[in-house]
Design a protein around this ligand. Sequence first.
Ligand code: SF4
Length: 342
Amino acid sequence: MKVLLLDLQPDQYPLEGYRKKQLLSWVFEQAAPDFDSMTNLPLKLRAELQEHYELSPFTQVDTFPSTDGSVKYLFTLRDGRQMEAVFMPYEDRKTICVSTMVGCPAKCAFCATGALGFGRNLTPGEIIGQILYAARDQGIPPKEIRNLVFMGMGEPLLNYDNTMNAARIMLSPEALNMSQRRVTLSTVGLAKGIRKLATEDIELKLAISLHAPDEETRQRIIPTGQANSIPEIMDAARDYQAKTGRRITMEYAMLRGVNDHLWQADLLADLLKGMISHVNLIPMNPWDGSGFEETPEVQIQAFYDRLEERGIPVSVRRSRGRDAGAACGQLALKKPSLSSSV
Ligand code: SF4
């Protein structure tokens, strides 16, 4: 049976010595699309690798370029299921947002991915493959992508082992050599998972999709909130911060008339008192059938100002690629695009 080479940690690679170094370089430094292109490996070795290993987890990739320079990718996996990633070039850095699942079981009410339901967990190779494909498509070495967020389809803490294995490949000096300060795991707020993450020997940045500071609103929009009360989440976040010393980001999708009242800004400020945190206000990217509307600009500003007055660091994060398939999960519902087989 063929094994996806990208699923393996560097210390599990099937060669030793300088041949292993060459192979790792082809995979992670040059994002080689296939074994044939590894021209400094003997033909016989390439044929053996070909026989036992698969390099690409995708059968097709649809590309959705945006006018803001970001590119969304819709990946078709070997079992025909689909998931997405977004490449975002900024002036001073290149960032990628990757998926950890096909669909998502968390079913957040405002999220297109949640509306798709849960397909399956992605393997480490399917997660890493998103980075390598984007780098190849952009014509850059994968190591130029220095920032990564686990913020695409899926709840990473519910695909815990595969997400951690992928993170180890990202951080490994022999593979992608990313800095753990630049890899952010975004969770819907699963207290147990956050506590488990705090026991790891790697320290990723943590973002929590709080989206509401009061239980009633939160449980209305985030079903997993029923099993994870706000105090439980905040306790776990404080413990994570005590262990890692890292600032925690609170993600807050602005939903008109739902979670954008000023009393909610005050409640959010109360929750974050004494914590090293940053709030990201995210104007909702509306999609057909969501049942939610975008908060008007003037109300976003008022919410922002109230948090700032209360001493809470805050920014407004506009979604990149709004014109190119919009928010996470929407591409899997509809396309057309630029398409290529891989
Ligand atoms: S917001 Fe995140 S956790 Fe919630 S359904 Fe969407 S992908 Fe899943």
